[in-house]
Each structure stands twice: as C-alpha cells, then as structure tokens.
Design a protein around this ligand. Structure first.
Ligand code: GLN
Length: 388
C-alpha cells in the first residue's frame, strides 16, 4: 500500500468526470450506439492523411515555431478575411493550438485575474467554468431557456458590472444547435461598447450551419473583433477530433498576452499536421461543403424520428440535435441517458450537466455526425420508445 499522505486538496473540488468521458465509456461497455460524445464515425480525408504522412516523410518532425508555421497562419488569415472581412495579421494575430480546448484554457489563463467575473451562457460547454475557476475567476451563468435558448438581453445587461472581465459566446451553439443572428451580434457589440470587456468567441462549428444561415463570426463586427479572441477547431471541420488541432485569432494586443501563456502551456503544436493543413486548406471546398454534408444527415435523422414521441426544433448548426422527452418520461435526464444506454443500447448526452444548477428540461443531445447506418439504427430505437 502506498504510504504517501501529501496535500491533495483539490483545485476543482466537486468537478465530476466530464460527461463525454462518462457516456462514451458507458456506451463502449454496453456496446450501445454512441450518439453521445461529438465525433464523426466516418473517416477523415485520405488526401489529408496522405499530406500528413508526406510531411512526416519529408522530415517535419521537430518542434514547429511557437505560434504555428507561417504558411498555415497565412491560409487561416485568408480564410477569415474572405469569409468574415477582418484581416488578422498572420505574424502577430493568429496562433495554432492543440485544439479549441487548449485555446480556451490559454485565453482564460492569460486574461482572467483573481476575482474577475466571466459571463457564460448555460447550457455551457463543459470546459469554460472549470478553466475560469482554476484561474481565480468567477463564472456568472446566464440561463438560456428552451425551446428558443435565446439570450435574455436584459439579464445580460444587468449582469455586466465593474468586475466583468470577459463574456464567452458560442455560435453555432453546443449543445442546443442554435445560432446567434446578425442582430444579436450587433446588440452584443452595443452592450460592450465603452467597456474593457474581452469576448471569447467559441466558433468551432463555424462551418456546420444549416438552412442557408450565415455564420455570424465576431470577425464580421469591428466593435467585437477589436476585443475578441476567435477560437476554431480543425477537428470539427475536417472530421479528425482525435488530432486535437485548432487555432486562435485576435488583435495583436490580445494575442501578445495569449502567446505569453501559450509558450509555457504547450510551446508549439503538432508540426506535420500543421504542414498538411496548410496545403489542404488552400481548397476552400474542403470546408465550404460542410453545411450540405451535415444538413443531409440532420434531415435524414429527423425524418426518421418524425413519428416518435420526441419533440424537437431542428438544429440550426453544430452536429447535435436536442430531443425533448417530456411526453415519454419524467425521469431525470442524466439517469435516463444512462438507463437508455444500458437497456436500449443507445447513448446520448443529458443537457442538465451543462447548467450549474443542473436544470433539467427533459432534453437529451444526440450527435448526428454519424454514418447513415448508425443514424438509422439509432432512429429505429428512438421510434420504439413509447413510454419509459
Ligand atoms: N465537443 C464534444 C462534444 O460536445 C466532445 C469533446 C470532448 O469529449 N471533450 O460532444
């Protein structure tokens, strides 16, 4: 038996294991269809894999430059400017990261000081609050309510105060599948004008948006862009979440502080993949084709469960669909998600875990970034549920 009795006082007391780890583990154990954790069950592009292998063969196997290789930062800058209008300088305003999670942690570490408040909207992606807490800040949570999950603007206005250091937004939004409109972004721009508030804009699903809607990046709004970190993830865009690659863009003033932390956080990230992405991203079709690709999956999934007992509003973006089960069961969502994984062999994510108060609206999240076969098997199970 180990005898070490050192001080292991937790810096994150009460933090449960991430729901994604919990549900995927359970799905695997139960051999259930896994529509819980958000990742595709189809392959990434063979062309991209070949480009990574080529970069490895050609010797790009040592540390990349700290902010990322310049050719990749250049294509990222071109992409953002052509889609959203803001020109970020590749030398000083873009940094390649080990996925969006690292970018988010680095931003919060660089910006949030002891006692600062950070406004987040719940249901909130699970890494925001712990990252704020670890840095001595306090998350001020504003609840978004179904079915619209719209931002309550009056509540946001009154939550902003002297201590507000940052506001975190996420569009398209995980887990609700809602998107912020142009008018909402303008409203936000007006609210933060004449303040020192920084925005962290989590845009990892920027290319997964449906029904002809346009992604409203902070980079479309000068009054937001000047105070924002824009966070993106290649894993979402190129179907390779396991590569953990992404980037952060922001004005030089902010990026300087970001890099101050990034250099001691990871220093630099995967070199051969950066090399490969710098070539692959030159063809915009590789990301501009995503709305049609995922909308077809959403529509097939929703058509297949049309006659089921679930209520839903079609997701406007992301590869997640919320299903309301209040006509089927009054069980608590976390318990139900686990029960259905064990007994029906279908795994989903309970939405209450993304609220500080564990607010249970009887809603489960299903990931439709899956092959048609997986989706149809999942839909068949959902159709059979009448009451539980
Ligand atoms: N973003 C993914 C999701 O929402 C999961 C990422 C993770 O497992 N941490 O399901």
């Amino acid at each position: 038996m180990p005898t070490f009795q050192g001080n292991t006082t937790s810096k994150l007391p009460e933090a449960p294991t991430s729901i994604f780890a919990v549900m995927s583990h359970l799905a695997q154990k139960e051999k259930a269809i896994n529509l819980s954790q958000g990742y595709p069950d189809f392959p990434t592009s063979p062309e991209l894999i070949e480009l990574v292998s080529k970069a490895m063969r050609e010797g790009f196997n040592q540390y990349a430059p700290m902010p990322g290789i310049l050719p990749l930062r250049e294509v990222i800058a071109e992409k953002i400017e052509s889609l959203y209008g803001t020109a970020y300088h590749p030398e000083s305003e873009i940094t390649v990261t080990a996925g969006a999670t690292q970018a988010i942690f680095t931003i919060i570490t660089a910006m949030v000081q002891e006692g600062d408040e950070v406004i987040i909207f719940a249901p909130a992606y699970d890494c925001y609050e712990p990252s704020i807490r670890l840095n001595g800040g306090k998350a001020i949570e504003i609840e978004l309510r179904p079915p619209s999950y719209g931002i309550p603007w009056d509540q946001l206005a009154s939550a902003i105060g002297e201590k507000t250091r940052m506001i975190i937004i996420n569009t398209p939004h995980n887990p609700t599948g809602t998107v912020l409109s142009r008018n909402e972004m303008i409203q936000l721009e007006k609210l933060v004008r004449d303040t020192d508030i920084t925005i962290l804009s989590d845009e990892v699903y920027e290319h997964i948006i449906f029904d002809g809607l346009e992604h409203q990046s902070v980079a479309r709004f000068p009054g937001l862009a000047e105070r924002s970190f824009l966070v993106a993830s290649f894993g979402k865009t190129f179907h390779n979440t396991g590569w953990k690659m992404g980037y952060c863009a922001g004005p030089e003033l902010l990026m300087k502080e970001f890099r101050n932390v990034h250099q001691f956080n990871v220093f630099s990230v995967n070199h051969p993949i950066q090399k490969a992405l710098s070539g692959y991203m030159k063809n915009p079709e590789n990301y501009l084709s995503l709305p049609d690709f995922f909308q077809e999956k959403r529509d097939k999934f929703l058509r297949a469960i049309q006659g089921s007992g679930f209520k839903f509003t079609p997701s406007k973006g992301t590869y997640f669909q919320l299903l309301n089960y209040e006509d089927i069961s009054d069980e608590q969502d976390l318990e139900l998600a686990k029960k259905w994984t064990r007994e029906l062999k279908l795994a989903s994510i309970p939405v209450s875990v993304f609220y500080n108060q564990k607010t249970d609206h009887k809603v489960l999240r299903f990931c439709f970034a899956k092959s048609e076969e997986t989706l149809m098997r999942g839909a068949a199970i959902l159709n059979e549920i009448e009451s539980f």
